[in-house]
Design a protein around this ligand. Structure first.
Ligand SMILES: [Zn+2]
Length: 481
């Protein structure tokens, strides 16, 4: 999206200088006038107030930006479908989403309903009670893509709203008001100057950038305008295109709150603070909150595998057991943005990064000083030996998830570290294999490795070859609805 946005801030400032009014008073008045016009355009105070439940069925195309099989656009596209349902009077929320792409398949749901709140996995066939359901956080993403709900929230929180100015985007003029929801960064809302409908909204996330939503087409349902589609742009690039297949107003959500009787009950996922497991003599898996790395004591130095978030903390934990031994090599599994976050931490350790030749450019881009970064590239495989320790680095790609995937294999110990292909949940049964797990298993078969234990960048739970066999043999749960 190449939009031309010019906020008329200069005009606002100039007019406040000549105006004797208090700036805050003027701003609140302007914000309130825009909110009032928006509420009227979005069905009016009475109609919006009567909106108690909403069920929206959708299908989406998601662009895998920096998460595709290759390293450059055009990005792979994934599909998802499902529904979101909210009951504003009873603060209950239900969703279900089916996803396929990037070698993954998922079918999950959430029910937020006081004591009867659950996380559902329709693929694995499991249900976990949510002890501390959070309506605002869970329903927030749905509210933010549903103008009727956004405008209602803006109206409720008008005391927190502020006038940002006028803006012109692609030749259309807007009044822009900002406000904060109970959770997350502030939202700027762009109301069409002509009909006062919400057309765009924006938020800024630290470390991610500008997230923009577009609501370009409306239809009238029970006297309220609802968007038929929305588009989400990340830093100006298309990220999600969603079509709303049906929108139902003020229907009971009771049927949607029923938990399928066939689901197996598993414990709720507890928070997972940083921890360190020594999985073999001088081999550690260190991590928490769904990102983990492997560190291997090579005698004179340390070898690291995995570049996910939190590498500085993982290195700090490693230092507690290994002192100031140099971290000489750090292997990146692949180029996806969440797997190169640790590059700068390794760089500041003076480590040489080991990447697939195809991922060298991305590794340099992730570094503080890309040109100066020491890199050893791997075409097919590389062996590192020191003392009586051996690490084999093997490119097992292409897989369903990425064209190249480096795994670190310790033949003596039978331990293999990988990312994104076989991730066991921290609790519960081994789920049915996804497509990337199948391509990973096929690669292990081809390489004829004597693997005993598999560790993955997104789980602290080691998997045996039996677990892998179970995953491949387990059938996908058939939901009764
Ligand atoms: Zn990945």
């Amino acid at each position: 999206m190449k939009s031309i946005i010019s906020l008329a801030l200069a005009g606002v400032l100039a007019s406040t200088l000549v105006c004797a009014d208090n700036l805050t008073e003027r701003n609140v008045e302007q914000a309130n006038a825009i909110i009032e016009a928006a509420v009227t355009a979005h069905g009016g105070e009475e109609k919006l107030g009567e909106l108690s439940t909403l069920v929206v069925e959708f299908e989406s195309i998601n662009y895998s930006v920096d998460q595709s099989r290759g390293t450059e656009p055009p990005w792979d596209k994934n599909e998802s479908s499902g529904f979101n349902a909210v009951d504003l009077d009873n603060t209950t929320f239900v969703n279900r989403a089916n996803f396929a792409g990037g070698g993954f398949e998922a079918d999950g749901g959430t029910i937020i309903n006081g004591e009867e709140s659950y996380q559902l996995d329709f693929r694995a066939g499991t249900v976990a009670r949510i002890a501390e359901p959070d309506f605002d956080t869970t329903s927030g993403p749905f509210v933010r893509v549903t103008p009727a709900l956004l405008v209602r929230t803006l109206q409720d929180r008008a005391a927190n709203a502020y006038y940002l100015g006028e803006a012109s985007v692609d030749g259309k003029d807007y009044d822009v008001v900002g406000f904060s929801m109970t959770v997350g960064p502030a939202i700027s809302m762009y109301f069409d100057k002509q009909n006062h409908l919400l057309r765009r909204s924006e938020r800024i996330f630290a470390g991610v950038g500008l997230v923009q939503y577009e609501f370009l087409d409306y239809e009238d349902i029970d006297g309220l305008p609802f968007n038929r589609t929305f588009k989400l742009f990340l830093n100006g690039e298309p990220n999600i295109e969603r079509k709303n297949l049906s929108t139902r107003v003020n229907q009971s959500l009771d049927d949607l709150m029923v938990v399928d009787a066939g689901l197996e009950s598993i414990p709720e996922l507890e928070p997972d603070p940083l921890s360190r497991q020594e999985v073999a003599d001088g081999v550690w898996i260190i991590g928490g909150n769904n990102t983990y790395a492997m560190f291997v004591d090579m005698g004179e130095y340390v070898f690291a595998a995995g570049g996910t978030a939190g590498i500085p903390d993982r290195i700090e934990s490693l230092r507690e057991v290994i002192g100031d031994k140099p971290l000489k090599y750090a292997m990146l599994t692949h180029h996806h943005f969440d797997h190169v976050m640790g590059v700068s931490a390794y760089e500041s350790e003076g480590a040489t990064l080991i990447t697939s030749a195809a991922h060298e450019k991305i590794a340099r881009r992730a570094a503080e000083n890309g040109d100066g970064l020491e890199i050893k590239t791997v075409d097919d495989r590389m062996t590192i030996e020191a003392g009586d320790r051996t690490v084999e680095i093997i490119d097992i790609g292409p897989t369903a998830h990425t064209e190249h995937l480096l795994v670190a294999y310790l033949p003596e110990e039978g331990i293999l570290f990988e990312a994104d292909h076989f991730t066991l949940p921290r609790v519960g049964p081994v789920p049915p294999a996804v497509t990337s797990t199948r391509s990973f298993a096929a690669a292990l078969g081809r390489e004829e490795l004597g693997v005993k234990l598999i560790f993955s960048a997104h789980s602290p739970r080691g998997a045996t070859m039996d677990d892998l066999r179970i995953a491949l043999e387990t059938e996908v749960f058939q939901a009764s609805r």
